[in-house]
Design a protein around this ligand. Structure first.
Ligand SMILES: Cc1cn([C@H]2C[C@H](O)[C@@H](COP(=O)(O)OP(=O)(O)OP(=O)(O)O)O2)c(=O)[nH]c1=O
Length: 220
């Protein structure tokens, strides 16, 4: 019997992106305090997303009802000059983050973890995908209008590339889905380790040139 797939995420974007693979899945929200956990992290900044995705998976398996599920977790970080920009604390912080990103290349790193309990042992496969992104030279007035929309507050780096009015980015050198929070080719690669094959690649670009880059830093 196939293990049911569970996406442990509160992110509406991740829920929409996962649907593109054509696999049945349910959703739940991982318990735990992500900010407190990240404060304990001592590794390199570009490993934080994958580490946090693993933390979300561990928290999910602390719930007994997760025991028979194949769990997908993810975390997205924005790195400017290799410093992590998290979610904004408030509107003033959102303004600060968006000003610092203006006209700059930075990286969006999403870590993905797929995990399952087998005979009481947690099997975990993780990887991360990094996408360079260039912001356009938006004005202070545009930043303020975007902040007033409320959109930045739940997003890493205080922006959503997908926001139709603000459209903050000028160029992206890689996977769009990675920036929005769930790199499909990375996830597909990890699901294959659990013998799960998507019905569809989910990606409009069937010969996605970024997939090689999206499997970097894979770890068991
Ligand atoms: C950079 C960027 C981030 N994001 C989002 C993706 C994530 O939802 C969010 C980063 O926060 P995360 O902590 O990765 O995820 P989350 O708290 O929203 O959801 P969960 O932990 O339950 O899975 O920022 C965009 O939607 N668009 C973007 O362009």
């Amino acid at each position: 019997m196939t293990t049911p797939l569970l996406l442990a995420s509160a992110s509406p974007r991740r829920r929409q992106i996962l649907a593109k693979l054509g696999l049945p899945y349910t959703v739940a929200v991982s318990p735990g305090d992500e900010d407190a956990a990240q404060a304990q992290y001592k590794g390199p900044n570009d490993g934080l997303a994958q580490w946090t995705a693993a933390y979300k998976a561990l928290m999910m398996f602390s719930l007994p009802e997760t025991a028979d599920q194949l769990v997908v977790t993810a975390d997205t970080t924005v790195l400017l000059d290799d410093q992590v920009l998290g979610k904004p604390r408030d509107a003033a912080h959102a303004f600060e983050l968006l000003s610092s990103l203006r006209g700059r290349w930075h990286r969006v790193v999403t870590g993905v973890v797929v995990s399952r309990l087998v005979d009481g042992q947690l099997q975990m496969q993780g990887a991360s995908c990094s996408t360079p992104v260039l912001m356009r030279p938006y004005s202070d007035d545009e930043i303020n209008a975007y902040i007033a929309s409320g959109d930045p507050l739940d997003k890493a780096g205080a922006y959503g590339i997908q926001h139709a009015e603000f459209q903050p980015t000028e160029s992206i050198d890689g996977c769009y889905y990675n920036v929005v929070g769930l790199p499909l080719c990375t996830l597909t690669h990890l699901l294959a380790s659990f013998d799960v094959q998507p019905v569809s690649t989910g990606c409009e670009d069937t010969a996605c040139p970024w997939s090689a880059r999206c499997h970097i830093s894979a770890q068991s």
